[in-house]
Structures are given as C-alpha cells and as structure tokens.
Design a protein around this ligand. Structure first.
Ligand SMILES: NC(=O)c1ccc[n+]([C@@H]2O[C@H](COP(=O)([O-])OP(=O)(O)OC[C@H]3O[C@@H](n4cnc5c(N)ncnc54)[C@H](OP(=O)(O)O)[C@@H]3O)[C@@H](O)[C@H]2O)c1
Length: 252
C-alpha cells in the first residue's frame, strides 16, 4: 500500500451524509489525502461550510438520497465540476429505534428509504463512472457504510438492523457482480461512534438506553472511521478491503 502523505491524489470522490459525523470526517480525510470531493447531504449551509474548510477541491450539492432524481441531479453537478468519479462513499443514514408495536411507521420508511434505497441510488448514480475508471485500470471504489448492527439482535432495533443487514448482503452481491470488472465494493461497519445519529431518535426509552450504553462504552470519534475508509481506498487496485468492522475495543 502507498504510504505517501497524499495517497488519493487525482481521485475524485463523493461522500453522502457529508453534513455531520462520519461523512463529514471522511470528506475531510479524503480531501487531506489529495482527493477532490463532492459533498452530498440535505443541510446546504453545513455543506457549504465544509466545502470552504476543505478548499477548492470540494463541491457541495444539497440532495436527498432517498429521492432518486435528487441524487442523479447531484451526480450530474459533481461530474460536471470535478470530472469522472472513482470513489463513492454511500454513508448517509438514519437510525430510529422504537418498539415494533408503537413505532411511527414513517420512521421505518425513512430508514429503509435512506439506508437501503438511498445507498442503492447513490451507487447507481455513479456506477458507470466506477466501471469506466476500473476499465482504465485505476482504482474504483464503492464504499458502503453499514453497521455492526447488521450482525446484531436487539429489541427496538429490528428495522434499523435489518437495513444494515441488507447493506451487508447487497455489498457481497454487488462485489460478485462488479468485482470481476475491477470495481472494489466494500462494506465498512462501525460500532458506536460519536456523531449526531442518536439525536434524531424520538422514542424516549430507546434514546435513554442508547445513552446508557454510550456511557459504558466510550464511542469512537468519527475520524477513526474516516481513517479506516482512507486506508481501504488507498490500497492498490488489486486488493479489496471488502469488509471492515471498526469497533471501540470495549464494545467487545
Ligand atoms: N454513529 C454510530 O454509532 C454509527 C454506527 C454504525 C453505523 N453508522 C452509520 O454511519 C452513517 C453515518 O452516520 P453518523 O453516525 O455519521 O450520523 P450523523 O452524524 O447523523 O450523520 C448522518 C448523515 O446522513 C445524512 N442524511 C440523513 N438522511 C439523508 C438523506 N435523506 N439524504 C441525504 N443525506 C442524509 C445527514 O445529513 P442531512 O441531515 O444534512 O441530510 C448526515 O450528514 C450512517 O449510515 C449510520 O447508520 C453510525
């Protein structure tokens, strides 16, 4: 693996969910490694602030990943400004745990729409870019941000964990489809990370029990996940870091 300071010079990346947490940290990290970065999220002001912090190589585009047309429109803007994309981080996600019998089903739709459909729309919007980059022998990466939750069983988390299990299986199947064509499809599965993810939980009991868990197990900073992603995409094209579980040590 290239251990130079700038391992991603010349790469054109896109990060969804770049307005906070893991996405924002990853965008900063990829840019620090020399990549140009398209930034996608819904909160436009935050995207603009991040783009200013990153500098010329960042293009902020507000889009809702659960809306296919919105993602495609953002992809067109990014491609027009930065050129062909060869590194996609499909990171945008929401986690809204609640008991099955009382959950607001709109929250189920949001999780499925963002974590599964949004991730698929993101990959599809850039699929031709990635295949073309791979055909030219360069690295081409489709990074899914799943979750350790895709392997776990916990009351109130059925739908969120199912979306992340879906991400894991989608990744494996897309790897079988695109790997032979040179595109590295990978799943990065974090454990507890200190971000805004839990802020959106509406069920009081679920929110409280997660807060207690986070007191017991100090969550990782988002920069740790950004480091893991930066490592995986900087590997030589022959090598795919296909599945990467990154946990706080004390999460066990
Ligand atoms: N934090 C953890 O402990 C943890 C653990 C395992 C996996 N993960 C995964 O990591 C990913 C990032 O989450 P995070 O922890 O960094 O949480 P976060 O700080 O809440 O970030 C979530 C990001 O997703 C974006 N987003 C949500 N819905 C969107 C939509 N419809 N369209 C576009 N962007 C959307 C948000 O931006 P806007 O609201 O501005 O759109 C935000 O930038 C998620 O997939 C999450 O499931 C997190």
């Amino acid at each position: 693996m290239n251990t130079n300071d700038h391992t991603l010079t010349g790469r054109v990346a896109v990060v969804t969910g770049a307005t906070s947490g893991i996405g924002a940290a990853t965008a900063r990290r990829l840019a620090a490694e020399g990549a140009a970065v398209g930034l996608i999220g819904r909160r436009e002001e935050r995207l603009k602030e991040l783009a200013i912090a990153i500098g010329e190589a960042a293009v902020p585009v507000a889009a809702d990943v659960s809306d296919q047309e919105s993602v495609y429109a953002a992809a067109s803007v990014i491609r027009a400004q930065l050129g062909r994309v060869d590194l996609v981080v499909a990171n945008a996600g929401v986690m809204l745990p609640a008991p099955f019998e009382s959950a607001d089903t709109v929250e189920w739709d949001r999780m499925v729409g963002t974590n599964v459909s949004g991730l698929l729309y993101t990959g599809r919007a850039f699929a031709n870019d990635l295949i073309a980059a791979a055909e030219e022998g360069g690295p081409a990466d489709l990074v899914h941000v799943g979750s350790i939750g895709g392997h776990l069983i916990l009351p109130s988390y059925a739908v969120y964990f199912a979306t992340k299990a879906a991400v894991a299986h989608l990744t494996r199947n897309l790897r079988a489809e695109l790997g032979p064509r040179g595109v590295r499809v990978k799943n990065v599965e974090p454990g507890l990370v200190s971000t805004e993810l839990a802020d959106h939980i509406t069920d009081a009991d679920a929110k409280e029990s997660l807060a207690r868990w986070r007191e017991e197990v100090a969550p990782l900073p988002a920069t740790d996940i950004a480091d893991a992603i930066a490592y995986a995409v900087a590997a030589p094209p022959r090598m795919n870091v296909a599945e990467l579980i990154v946990l706080p040590t004390r999460q066990g």
